[in-house]
Design a protein around this ligand. Structure first.
Ligand SMILES: [Zn+2]
Length: 312
């Protein structure tokens, strides 16, 4: 489908909407607090209001032709339903696609946010020209989406891509999922914060920043703070071990890293690149490419735009 579409990235705290031109550029943005606790009808109404607002910016009075929306999982992409959402309990078990389609009288596609972001980079960013890739999102949590021969791979029970809960250290700290040494315990924003505070305590240093975030730790590492730099190095190595395992199992060559922690760029990715050859066959490691997402916050929106164009 050509024409103008809207991509919507519905998150735990805020929701971002983008108006996408026929040549797949995000030409206008809108943002709103998600406020999921107000319930589905409030969220749908506020989204509908902003979609109308974006539509007013389409030149020549053309209409928006379709919507794509993504949210933190789990979702049923076939029925367009949100399942039990830990971060958005107010929207659990909501048939969001149907509600939006009825309210706006438009075709709508719903997808998991990591999968939408993967589609964005696959078609319009770091994955252009590739047949297969794995997109790893590192933010509050860690997850992945696998694109195999041009198609998202969902797994037998729609549970593929949980690389954040693959162990990279059997003696590591216990993850909230119950497994020791999950990748997420090394790389997620909250894990970086926990590790940073613990390292300060061990060094006997005062914790003068009670509300430090993962993003701030990234900035500190870039400025040469030794504790923050060591943590990013550790995170990158853990990511490298996980990528080596995926490369050995899947024989996929391109790994695109997105999400807020991935904004650390080479501080995170370079240790990962150096670690991969230590944990897989040389012949496999030679072909592994680890790249940062090229689309940043617009990745999920552009992926939703692609889905919207393929809505039936
Ligand atoms: Zn885990």
């Amino acid at each position: 489908m050509d024409g103008w579409v809207v991509g919507i990235d519905l998150g735990g705290t805020k929701t971002a909407l983008g108006l996408i031109s026929p040549d797949n550029r995000v030409v206008a943005h809108r943002r709103m607090p998600t406020n999921a606790d107000e319930g589905p009808s409030s969220v749908v109404e506020r989204i509908a209001h902003l979609v109308a607002d974006l539509e007013a910016e389409v030149p020549g009075g053309e209409r928006v032709a379709a919507l794509g929306i993504c949210c933190p999982g789990p979702v049923n992409h076939e029925t367009g339903t949100l399942l039990k959402l830990v971060n958005l309990p107010g929207l659990s078990n909501t048939p969001l696609r149907q509600l939006l389609a009825e309210r706006l009288n438009l075709p709508v596609r719903l997808e998991h946010d990591a999968k939408a972001a993967a589609l964005g980079d696959f078609y319009f960013g770091a994955g252009r020209g590739h047949r297969s890739m794995v997109y790893v999102v590192i933010g509050t949590g860690v997850g992945a989406a696998i694109i195999l021969n041009g198609r998202l791979y969902y797994g037998e029970t729609n549970a593929s891509g949980e690389v954040g809960h693959v162990s990279v250290d059997p003696d590591g700290e216990l993850c909230h999922c119950g497994t020791p040494g999950c990748l997420e315990t090394f790389t997620s924003g909250p894990s970086l914060v926990r590790r940073y505070r613990r390292a300060l305590q061990e060094a006997g240093a005062p914790i003068d920043e009670p509300t430090i975030t993962g993003e701030q730790i990234t900035h500190l590492a870039a400025q040469g703070d030794p504790i923050a730099a060591r943590l990013m190095e550790q995170s990158g190595r853990a990511l490298g071990i996980a990528i080596a395992s995926m490369a050995m199992i899947l024989n996929i060559e391109l790994y695109v890293i997105g999400g807020s922690v991935a904004k650390a760029g080479d501080l995170l990715l370079e240790p990962a690149r150096q670690t991969v050859p230590k944990y897989c066959f040389k012949a496999t490691a030679q072909h592994v490419q680890i790249k940062a997402s090229e689309l940043g916050d617009d990745g999920p929106i552009l992926g939703c735009g692609w889905l919207a164009r393929h809505a039936s």
